[in-house]
Design a protein around this ligand. Structure first.
Ligand SMILES: [Zn+2]
Length: 319
């Protein structure tokens, strides 16, 4: 049996899984990602996970054909190397991710940006199945993006494209860690919803009471809390407007929204879809669907192992 390993390196966790060529998982696990450590420690941590999965493959009488890994940052997908700094891992910069894993285990390894990897999972097995043109957005602590155009991932001329959280929606807006200003991420991510909630409370002369997360705000919405309604309406407006611009530029068939915020409330997706349809040009949006991502927590590892399979099948091309 041909098996593949999928790895999903994030700011908090390293998720790992072993699966078959259709993305069905045989075993999976999660470790701390040791994101603040030196690159060598992060690699050693990855190696421990891979060793575990190689042992599991033996038990299943399977041969591991390839290893795929998703990492935050701009990745040269051809070579599997990180270009520059990763946003959440301070010592993870200019790293030969795939070549290092490949040298260690003698198994072909492939790396790509984590949002691209999630897009692959959604397009092959999730909400994007059957579509050829899609925009994937992961709305959580930040906003990640993937573009699937004419049946292929679109990465840009230097792998730095599809940073959809950093499209500008306020020309003189809030500063963003990317160095820009007024980025979508500053207005529609989970921290942005919390900030908008604080602002809405302040308008009513109230203050935030205790530690809240975005789930609490959606819960307050169901109890008729006016400030929660204002915050979610404003964030939906921003995300909907951002999506309308993307729809006008790319005329996709489907927008797929995943991440912590979409899990917190389906009402968010409904509001965003309504605004996107209202604000995008009629011809570009008349058949547009807005869907919730379906792959959940395992999107990263499943996408990564599907990516490894794809690259092995089509060694000469990047798809
Ligand atoms: Zn930005």
């Amino acid at each position: 049996m041909d098996l593949y390993i999928g790895l999903d390196l994030g700011g908090s966790f390293l998720k790992y899984a072993l699966g078959d060529d259709r993305g069905t998982l045989l075993t999976d696990g999660v470790r701390q990602s040791r994101a603040q450590s030196a690159a060598e420690d992060i690699f050693n941590n990855i190696f421990l996970a891979v060793e575990k999965l190689l042992e599991a493959a033996l038990i299943h009488n399977g041969a591991v054909k390839g290893i795929g890994i998703g990492s935050p940052g701009v990745i040269d997908a051809e070579r599997g190397t990180l270009l520059g700094q990763s946003p959440n891992l301070p010592h993870w910069a200019d790293i030969e991710i795939a070549p290092t894993i490949e040298r260690k285990f003698g198994v072909p390894a492939f790396a790509d940006n984590d949002a691209n990897i999630m897009t692959i999972a959604e397009m092959e097995l999730g909400a994007g199945k059957g579509f050829r043109n899609a925009i994937c957005l992961t709305v959580g602590t930040g906003i990640g993006g993937g573009l699937f155009i004419d049946g292929k991932l679109f990465r840009g001329s230097e792998y730095a494209g599809s940073e959809l959280g950093h499209i500008v929606i306020e020309s003189d807006g809030l500063p963003c860690p990317c160095g820009g200003r007024g980025c979508l991420e500053q207005y529609a991510s989970a921290p942005a919803i919390l900030r908008l909630y604080g602002e809405a409370l302040a308008e009513e002369g109230r203050r935030v009471d205790g530690d809240l997360d975005v789930k609490d705000i959606f819960e307050k919405l169901t109890t008729g809390d006016n400030a929660a309604k204002k915050a979610i309406d404003r964030a939906s407006e921003y995300l909907g407007v951002g999506i309308a611009s993307l729809v006008n530029a790319l005329n996709p068939e489907v927008i797929i929204i995943g991440g912590g915020v979409s899990n917190a409330g389906s009402v968010y997706i409904e509001k965003v879809a309504k605004i996107a349809h209202e604000r995008a040009m009629a011809n570009a949006s008349k058949n547009l669907q807005v869907r919730k991502a379906e792959m959940g927590n395992q999107a990263g590892v499943i996408g990564a192992l599907l990516y490894a399979r794809k690259r092995i099948e089509q060694r000469e091309t990047l798809n």
